[in-house]
Design a protein around this ligand. Structure first.
Ligand SMILES: [Zn+2]
Length: 121
């Protein structure tokens, strides 16, 4: 995608077009009409970008931080953990497969994005 300044483009076309008897050439009129109906995207102003950066910073600071709750565990290891914030559960019922190795608890909840520090409680 390439973004252009449509207003500046229309001005350039007007300034560089040939007029016949004060009448705009049909090509110029067509070009300006095409610019007017061209697909557009909303551009953010510098002020809006600053607001979005601040909002992202605020949301990052407010993001939950906690530890996984161990739901199911046996001598083999941890089989199921749960996010304390959204109750998202990772793992399954007891089986021979260890779902989570102690040192490798996921650093984030993949459902709500909460940051998990220090493993589990
Ligand atoms: Zn969660």
């Amino acid at each position: 995608m390439r973004l252009v300044n449509a207003d500046a483009l229309k001005t350039d076309i007007e300034e560089n077009s040939i007029t016949l008897g004060g009448v705009m050439a049909i090509e110029t009129a067509c070009a300006k009409a095409l610019i007017d109906v061209a697909p557009t995207v909303e551009a953010y102003t510098e002020e809006q970008v600053k607001e979005l950066v601040e909002l992202n910073k605020k949301l990052s600071e407010e993001r939950h931080q906690g530890k996984w709750i161990i739901v199911k565990q046996d001598n083999e290891g941890v089989h199921e953990i749960e996010c304390p914030f959204c109750k998202y559960s990772k793992g399954s019922d007891f089986s021979s497969i260890i779902t989570v190795i102690f040192e490798r608890f996921p650093p984030f909840c993949e459902n709500c994005g909460a940051q998990m520090k220090g493993g589990a409680e």
